[in-house]
Design a protein around this ligand. Structure first.
Ligand code: SAM
Length: 213
């Protein structure tokens, strides 16, 4: 599906994604491997799609937008993703050369994403559990990407950022969230606020709890 992938990248550029490294990663990673058989013909359309368990693979534009925010601030290093979902965002990050750690709370998604990432031989460390607690044994991280809607800035995760590290997280209510970039400067945190998006809820201890699937 190389032609469809190329067309997706052209569309991303038209929507304002301009980072060459990001566009190259989208050209390289085969998104159709991360969706189920029924969705495969549409894998390169700019849409979120169901991946089971009430969850979605985010639309390519959203993944590219968050990835660009990260790449422009933290070009390399160790990155933690919260919300493995299909594994696509983790594969994009690995394609960009980051050392990737990812956490998913739903066992079925954790297993399915693991199968695809392993088949592609991508160096992604995976964990099953509540991502709002982070991965303390592997902290600090140069980057953290939260791919689900947080009700407030996730404190435990912020404290697992390295000095100068950056977190990308959609923060807001269940209907709409503002993409927020938080950079750690010693004991202080700087904030930048970007466009609105609509994500599935971040569950767990520092999310919306465990009844929002
Ligand atoms: N990044 C994913 C991808 O590339 O397919 C899409 C993520 S989907 C929009 C959000 C994911 O976050 C879901 O798979 C959901 O189960 C997961 N999630 C929600 N709360 C979580 C938590 N506390 N810890 C880990 N994963 C969580």
């Amino acid at each position: 599906m190389a032609r469809e992938r190329q067309e997706m990248v052209v569309e991303l550029e038209r929507y304002g994604i301009s980072n060459a490294r990001v566009l190259d990663a989208f050209l390289t990673v085969r998104r159709h491997l991360f969706v189920d058989a029924q969705s495969r013909p549409y894998a390169y359309s700019d849409n979120a799609m169901p991946i089971g368990f009430g969850q979605t693979i985010s639309q390519p534009y959203t993944v590219a937008y968050m990835t660009s925010l990260l790449v422009e601030r933290v070009p390399s290093g160790k990155v933690l993703e919260i919300g493995t979902g299909s594994g696509y965002q983790a594969a994009i990050l690995a394609g960009l050369g980051y050392r990737v750690y990812t956490i998913e709370r739903i066992a079925g998604l954790y297993a399915a994403a693991g199968r695809v990432l392993d088949a592609l031989d991508l160096p992604v460390q995976r964990r099953l559990g509540d991502g709002t607690l982070g991965w303390p044994e592997e902290a600090p991280f140069d980057g953290i990407i939260v791919t689900a809607a947080a009700p407030h800035e996730p404190n435990t995760l912020m404290n697992q950022l390295a000095d100068g590290g950056v977190m990308i997280v959609p923060v807001g209510d269940l209907g709409s969230q503002q993409m927020t970039v938080i950079r750690r400067r010693g004991d202080r945190f700087e904030h930048e606020i970007f466009h609105s998006f609509a994500f599935v809820p971040l569950c767990g201890r520092e999310g919306w709890g465990d009844n929002n699937e």
